[in-house]
Design a protein around this ligand. Structure first.
Ligand code: AQP
Length: 333
């Protein structure tokens, strides 16, 4: 079956290993299957759900675009654009916001996590973030959405919103509920400092994550300081539920080396932790440094990056405008 793929990344700086392994690496694999039509979006409207500095936002939009290209996305094969350049995303979000229910949004764990204790001070935008995400996806009739495990709940909500719109406006199959594409293993890369929290751009500690633009020495240092425990490296049959940090590092090693976790456990079982950390560091340097270097090179050519986004926006706008016009007619405008 031909798949229509849509996914996005927020331009909030500090793109990290979690974004790469949980999302962007898969974007590239999907793009390279000729049967797929892929649309990848720098979701700048989503990023302003928390306060952004306008100059930094502009820089981060280019940096996210550069990270896409440096990781292997190709603007000749995929549509690459920034969300705010296509007005249908916001228009669609308003219409879908009117069919979404407060109760549904109140259950979203990401809002609870990001809003923290003081929900009253969170922006309304942060609360309705998943509705905008539904608009992004449904405007393109995307069949599949590659995301990290943290976005699974938002995808389920997107399906509910599509079905409710179709039902309320008696337009069966107009909006197409999409399927999530989530890696079976290690879909959530965890913080290097706490195996129970996800690796995240907004973690105040830079040592909690490997950024795609980290230099070699910094990567060496971060892995050296990554939290482990006093026990030896696990044997292949060991259950690691109570050793989340160790499990996370083994997972990162396994994905980067394209091998099963059991093979990784067998390779390092009972050995010294420092040997494993050295090899993990080498692997990270091998896979991440070239991407970081390319990002930095691409950032020197702002015009080139802007051109990619502009051309992508033209293509995306053609598709999205058609769908939003149909949607407006259905609503009765
Ligand atoms: N730790 C992660 N493991 C696996 N996948 C992850 N993603 C993010 N963190 C991890 C996936 O990356 C894609 C883009 O994410 P995003 O930038 O749109 O937003 P996010 O999920 O909010 O990313 P962060 O880094 O966690 O940012 P903050 O700190 O702002 O919350 C998504 O597909 C996401 O699943």
């Amino acid at each position: 079956m031909n798949k229509k793929i849509f996914s996005g990344v927020q331009p909030t700086g500090n793109l990290h290993l979690g974004n790469y392994l949980g999302a962007i690496k898969n974007f590239v694999q999907l793009q390279n299957d000729k049967k797929n039509n892929c649309i990848y979006c720098v979701v700048d409207l989503h990023s302003i759900t928390v306060k952004q500095d306008s100059k930094t936002l502009k820089k981060n939009i280019r940096e996210t675009t550069a990270a896409f290209i440096a990781s292997g996305l190709d603007s000749e094969k995929s549509i690459i654009f920034n969300q705010s350049a296509v007005p249908a995303h916001s228009e669609g979000a308003w219409i879908l916001g009117c069919v979404s229910r407060m109760g549904w949004l109140s259950r979203m764990t990401q809002f609870k996590e990001k809003a923290g204790k003081d929900k009253e001070k969170a922006s309304v935008g942060l609360y309705i973030y998943p509705v905008l995400m539904a608009s992004d996806i449904l405007l393109y009739d995307a069949t599949h959405v590659p995301v990290g495990d943290d976005q699974k709940q938002h995808l389920e909500l997107c399906r509910d919103i599509a079905q409710k719109f179709n039902h309320d406006f008696m337009s069966p199959n107009f909006l197409k509920p999409p399927e999530p594409l989530i890696q079976k293993e290690f879909a959530r890369i965890m913080s290097l400092k706490d195996g129970n929290s996800k690796m995240s751009k907004s973690d105040p500690s830079d040592f909690s994550r490997i950024n795609l633009t980290d230099e070699k020495d910094l990567i060496i240092n971060k892995i050296k300081k990554a939290k482990t425990d006093a026990m030896p490296m696990p044997e292949s049959t060991d259950n690691l539920d109570d050793r989340p940090e160790v499990l996370n590092l083994l997972g990162i090693y396994s994905i980067l080396s394209n091998q099963n976790i059991n093979k990784t456990k067998a390779d390092f079982g009972g050995k010294n932790f420092s040997l494993f950390k050295d090899q993990l560091t080498e692997l990270l340097i091998d896979k991440i440094i070239p991407i970081g270097k390319k990002i930095k090179d691409l950032l020197k050519d702002e015009k080139y990056l802007d051109e990619i986004l502009n051309k992508g926006a033209e293509k995306a706008d053609k598709l999205a405008s058609k769908k939003i016009e149909e949607m407006k007619t259905i609503v009765g405008f």
